[in-house]
Design a protein around this ligand. Structure first.
Ligand code: K2U
Ligand code: ZN
Length: 157
């Protein structure tokens, strides 16, 4: 479901971002949208550095397609664990967002930053990468996830 914009740039937002960053690094992932920890707010954290020391925070992000062609990348998702599917997205985008203090900024993104930010903003709009698949493929993933949930988890005594 769509998420609400952030109005208050206060301590609550700062602790939300801290929780999201901890969750992302722990997963590990390179991006996380607040809705993935059940907070329906328009906040994204990302770190595509590979060394886990370049956290980026996007509050109330908007994405503008720079029409520089599209690119297909195998995407995974922490909310759909274990599945990787190719998704075609615009290669270069302009991101308009606010930082944790509420200052407006713009960032031109390509490569993994562009893939990840579009994947995360989709989450904020209630969209998940399997929505780009055919109904048949999506049903197959859904059935596998339901089956996996039904199976007893091997308990380590
Ligand atoms: O939103 C999420 O589920 C977090 C994803 C973000 C992501 C998905 C696909 C492509 C880029 C970013 C997680 O980071 S999935 C784990 C992961 C880790 C490294 C590279 C790709 C995906
Ligand atoms: Zn995801």
């Amino acid at each position: 479901m769509p998420c609400d914009p952030i109005i208050e740039f206060d301590r609550t937002l700062q602790s939300l971002v801290k929780d999201m960053a901890d969750t992302m690094y722990d997963a590990p992932g390179i991006g996380l949208a607040a809705i993935q920890i059940n907070v329906h707010k328009r906040v994204i954290v990302m770190d595509v550095s590979g060394s886990g020391n370049q956290l980026q925070v996007f509050v109330n992000p908007e994405i503008i397609d720079l029409n520089q062609g599209t690119r297909e990348v195998e995407e995974g998702c922490l909310s759909v664990p274990g599945f990787f599917v190719p998704v075609k997205r615009p290669e270069k985008v302009l991101i308009k967002a606010q930082d944790i203090q509420g200052n407006h900024f713009e960032l031109e993104a390509d490569e993994m930053t562009a893939v990840c930010i579009q994947h995360e903003v989709d989450h904020l709009d209630g969209k998940v990468f399997v929505d780009y698949l055919s109904r048949m493929k999506r049903e197959r993933i859904r059935n596998k996830l339901i089956k996996a949930q039904a199976e007893p988890v091997a308990c380590v005594a």
